[in-house]
Design a protein. Structure first.
Length: 375
C-alpha cells in the first residue's frame, strides 16, 4: 500500500510495517538512511538501485506522510525467492492477528501455509510459532496478568450466579496462584434434576506451554447421553491433595446426598481421595485401563491367540450382570490360566465388573466421557 507522495500513515510504526509488506510483495529489501522521531528515509538494499522513500511527521506528529518516493527498481527485485529477510516474528504477528481473533486455535503450521499462499514466501516453523505468541500477547495481554483478575471474576460470577461454588487458593508464602475451583449453581442443579447419579472424573495437562498445570473435572451424562460438565478446577498438578480439595468443594456444591457412582482411570491420588471424601459412595474403574494393565502385567507373556482368548474372558468378567455369569467367566479364566484368575482377584474386581459392583453404574465401563471433556 505504498503508492504515492503525500500518503499519510497513523504512525511511523505503521509506515514501517507497510514498507515491510511492500518489500515482501515486490521481493526486495530496504535499509535505513535516516531514522529518528521526525523523519524516515530508506533506500533499496542494492547499492545501484535508485528506489528511495522519504517521510516525515505532519505538523508535529504523530502522523507521518511520504514526502518523496522514487518507485523505480533496477535491481531485478521482482524475481521472487522462497524467503525474505524482513519476515520477523513481529511481521508474522501482524499478518495473522486478524485470523487469530476469528480462530483462537489457529496453529503455527496453518499460519505457515496461509503466509505461503498469500505472500508467496516460506517462513520456518519457529518464526510462525513466535509470531503467534506475539500476536496473542498483543490481542489479549500478558497471560500472567490474568491471574490478578481471578478475585474480580469470582466476585462477579457469584453476583450473577448466586449459589455457585467458586474457590480460589494462593500459596501463603509466595502469594502465587495455587488452584481454582468452579461449579456454577445451574450446573449443580442440572446434574441433580437431569443427569444420572454418576460422575466421570479425570485430570488433563494444560497444553499451553507457559501456563502448565492440570485441569481436574467432573462430568456427567444427561438424559440424551450428552456430555454435561458439572465442575472443574485448575491446579498445579494431579495429586492426592488437589483431588481431595476438588472433591471437598464438589461435595459442597452438590444439592443432595443421593448416592453417586464415580468412574475414573484411577489417576494419581484419585483412588484414595474418593474413599476419603465420599466414603459411602462407589468408585468404578475404567475397564480400558484395567485391560491395558492386564495386557502389561499378565497376558503379555502368552502367544497372541491365547492372549486374545484371555482378553475375551476378561471382557466377559467385566460385562457379566449376574452372579452366575460372573462365576462362569471366572471358571473359564481359571481353566485357561490360574495366574490370570489370581490377577483378576488381586485387582479390585468389585470396582469394574457389573456383577460385583455394589452400586448402580448404568452400563458404563469406560471413562471416555471424561476423556472427551479433556480433549
Amino acid at each position: 500500500r505504498i503508492h504515492s507522495v503525500g500518503q499519510v500513515f497513523i504512525s511511523k510504526e505503521l509506515l514501517q510495517m507497510e514498507l515491510t509488506n511492500y518489500a515482501i510483495a515486490r521481493g526486495f529489501n530496504w535499509k535505513y538512511l535516516k531514522n529518528d522521531s521526525v523523519r524516515l528515509t530508506v533506500c533499496c538494499n542494492v547499492f545501484v538501485c535508485p528506489w528511495r522513500l522519504h517521510a516525515s511527521v505532519v505538523r508535529g506528529g504523530p502522523q507521518f506522510a511520504i514526502k518523496s518516493l522514487n518507485n523505480i527498481h533496477t535491481c531485478g527485485c521482482d524475481i521472487m525467492s522462497d524467503g525474505h529477510p524482513r519476515t520477523s516474528k513481529k511481521w508474522v504477528a501482524n499478518a495473522v492477528k486478524g485470523k487469530l481473533v476469528d480462530k483462537p486455535t489457529y496453529r503455527a503450521s496453518e499460519m505457515m501455509s496461509d503466509i505461503r499462499r498469500e505472500y508467496s514466501i516460506c517462513i520456518p516453523y519457529h518464526q510462525a510459532w513466535w509470531g503467534k505468541e506475539v500476536a496473542v500477547s498483543s490481542l489479549y495481554g500478558d497471560f500472567r496478568t490474568s491471574y490478578h483478575m481471578l478475585n474480580w471474576y469470582s466476585e462477579r460470577a457469584l453476583q450473577s450466579n448466586p449459589g455457585s461454588i467458586l474457590s480460589l487458593e494462593v500459596d501463603p508464602e509466595t502469594q502465587r496462584f495455587k488452584r481454582f475451583f468452579i461449579c456454577f449453581e445451574a450446573s449443580a442443579y442440572g446434574f441433580e434434576v437431569g443427569c444420572r447419579p454418576m460422575l466421570f472424573l479425570d485430570g488433563t495437562h494444560i497444553k499451553q506451554h507457559r501456563v502448565q498445570g492440570v485441569i481436574l473435572a467432573a462430568s456427567a451424562l444427561n438424559g440424551n447421553n450428552e456430555l454435561f460438565t458439572v465442575a472443574y478446577s485448575i491446579a498445579d498438578s494431579e495429586t492426592y491433595d488437589n483431588w481431595v480439595w476438588f472433591l471437598q468443594n464438589l461435595k459442597k456444591a452438590l444439592l443432595s446426598d443421593r448416592r453417586i457412582a464415580f468412574l475414573s482411570d484411577r489417576g494419581r491420588g484419585l483412588k484414595e481421595a474418593i474413599l476419603d471424601i465420599f466414603p459411602n459412595d462407589h468408585h468404578d474403574y475404567c475397564f480400558q485401563h484395567i485391560m491395558q494393565n492386564f495386557n502389561d502385567q499378565c497376558a503379555g507373556k502368552y502367544v497372541a491367540p491365547f492372549k486374545k482368548l484371555l482378553r475375551k474372558i476378561l471382557q466377559c468378567i467385566a460385562y457379566a450382570v449376574t452372579e452366575q455369569e460372573y462365576e462362569d467367566a471366572m471358571m473359564a479364566m481359571e481353566l485357561n490360566s490360574a495366574d490370570a484368575k489370581e490377577w483378576v482377584l488381586r485387582n479390585d474386581v468389585e470396582h469394574w465388573s457389573h456383577a460385583r459392583f455394589p452400586g448402580q453404574r448404568f452400563g458404563e465401563l469406560y471413562s471416555n466421557l471424561a476423556e472427551s471433556f479433556n480433549n
